[in-house]
Design a protein. Structure first.
Length: 527
């Protein structure tokens, strides 16, 4: 019976992981055609709204559902049934109260916020965005209950369905702007409307599963309001900050980048377009972070399970595997992206604007992957509040550094501010790591010689391709796409092959990679 339950959990976790990857790729990918259709000004408008929409999505997918699933699992373990009066209604009211407060704060202060960021035309977009908070009680409650029963299919299907409809509406709106049917600020409003339509689709999908999910309606006496509220607040909001690292950084940019660019000497329109150019890096960083952290996060359930054995060798091996995979993959993503950013910028965004600044910003991939992996491990060990405080400190530092550097260096200063603030976040988390796990040594996680050989090999290979086949000679966007894909895939192969030849990955680590049999053959070919 226990093996069946474990198999169910593993399959459910895998389904959620796949759904999460699909959603993240969609979330990063649609912003490229969005920029192509609307230009840097249109992209700026959307990116001024996106961090709030992203936070809403994380709260509805990860934050509140995690808290509710914990309540559900604990109540079932105690033999209590989830009834309408004692569970669904109280929990829904708490969710509505918390998210209703967020709605009220954003809706009533939309004018103040738009004035603060230097663009009054965004007020309607922020007012519409406020309504997205009102959908969270419905999606979070249903997802949390299903997850508490280890039934992950509804969450996975609703997540993908929500994202598909959301992306479709945003791209359709961008097309209407391109043909001159709407003005540029409707793009921000469309982002909010798309999120509401996506959430409605998610609710419909969840309700279909919920109606077919028959459960007993036995009653029990008291409603533990304080327990519900405490769990929903601590896990729902505090713990979800770990998933918001990149959004928190972007949120600081929303408020400080355009005003600081005005101080740099740009006109209002040029400052907005420069913000749009700066935001080109966000989808690429998001994809790179997915590459750098997703495989590592596969180890997190094992770390949580072994948290009672923190002094065991097995426990430290789990942590070292998670961190080593994260570092190896994210470093490759950083080096590769920096080296091919000119052709990538031209391919995806049609010009070379902001290339140097965005190359600096690419370093964030390594830092965010490391921060997300480390903080996920700490949260798996029960350290939620500490990581949340570190992320809030990072937000304050990013805000301050933007105002300090951008007036003198433009968007390059913004890129440096992001890298410095993320470096501080990693340092804070590493200090906490040393306190929690005194035996942990970051120097023992990485095979530095093998990493150096692989990085040098990747660097020489890409530079050789640039010398033999300069991208500046390619005038077709389709040929440039083939060129970038070839360099990316062949460079990744050379990098991983170098690591395998240096015997970096163990058999267990190789099992995390797709195309397992291919990598195992490569690994055995090294002996």
């Amino acid at each position: 019976m226990e093996d069946v339950e474990t198999s169910k959990l593993v399959k459910g976790a895998l389904l959620l992981t796949v759904a999460g990857l699909i959603s993240k790729i969609l979330s990063a990918g649609y912003r490229i055609p969005l920029q192509n259709l609307t230009g840097d000004h249109g992209f700026y408008v959307y990116q001024q709204v996106y961090p709030i929409l992203g936070m809403v999505m994380i709260l509805s997918l990860y934050g509140f559902p995690s808290a509710i699933s914990k309540i559900t699992a604990e109540m079932e373990a105690d033999g209590k049934k989830l009834t309408f009066k004692q569970f669904y209604l109280p929990v829904w009211f708490i969710l509505l109260g918390v998210n209703g407060l967020f709605f009220s704060l954003l809706f009533t202060n939309a004018g103040t916020i738009s004035n603060l960021i230097g663009d009054k035309n965004l007020m309607n977009a922020y007012r519409l965005t406020a309504f997205t908070f009102l959908f969270i009680p419905f999606t979070s409650l249903l997802r949390g209950v299903f997850q508490g029963h280890s039934y992950m299919k509804p969450t996975a299907y609703s997540q993908v369905g929500e994202q598909v409809f959301r992306v479709f509406i945003i791209i359709l709106t961008a097309y209407f702007f391109m043909i001159g049917k709407i003005n540029v600020y409707k793009i921000g409003e469309a982002g909010a409307l798309a999120s509401m339509v996506g959430a409605t689709v998610a609710i419909i999908i969840l309700m279909v599963f919920f109606r077919s999910d028959k459960r007993s309606d036995d009653n029990y006496s008291n409603v533990p309001w304080s327990y519900y509220f405490r769990t929903i607040f601590s896990l729902g909001i505090v713990a979800s900050l770990n998933h918001m690292v990149l959004l928190i950084i972007q949120f600081a940019d929303v408020f400080t980048l355009v005003p600081s660019l005005l101080d740099y000497g740009l006109s209002a329109n040029d400052a907005m377009r420069s913000k749009g150019v700066f935001d080109r890096g966000q989808p690429l960083i998001q994809i790179g972070t997915v590459i750098g952290s997703s495989f590592a996060l596969a180890f997190i359930p094992g770390i949580s399970k072994k948290s009672t054995q923190k002094d065991s060798i097995d426990f430290y091996e789990y942590i070292q595997r998670a961190l080593s995979v994260s570092v190896y993959l994210s470093i490759a993503a950083v080096i590769g992206l920096i080296l091919i950013f000119p052709e990538t910028n031209k391919l995806l965004f049609q010009d070379l604007n902001g290339t140097f600044s965005l190359q600096i910003l690419s370093i964030t991939i390594l830092l965010s992957s490391l921060a997300i992996t480390l903080s996920s491990i700490l949260q798996g060990l029960g350290y939620f509040k500490q990581t949340a405080v570190f992320i809030l400190i990072t937000f304050i530092i990013k805000w301050f550094l933007n105002q300090l550097l951008v007036p003198y260096m433009g968007i390059t200063g913004g890129a440096i501010a992001t890298v410095l603030s993320m470096t501080i976040l990693c340092a804070l988390i590493l200090v906490q790591f040393k306190i929690v796990l005194p035996r942990f040594r970051i120097s023992e996680v990485i095979d530095w010689k093998a990493l150096f050989i692989a990085c040098i090999g990747l660097f020489i290979y890409i530079k050789a391709i640039h010398f033999l086949f300069p991208y500046t000679l390619i005038h077709s966007r389709y040929l440039l796409l083939i060129y970038v894909l070839f360099i990316s895939l062949s460079g990744a192969f050379i990098y991983i092959y170098s690591l395998l030849r240096c015997k970096v990955f163990s058999e267990k680590e190789l099992q995390m990679f797709p195309f397992l049999s291919f990598f195992i053959r490569l690994s055995k070919g090294r002996d």
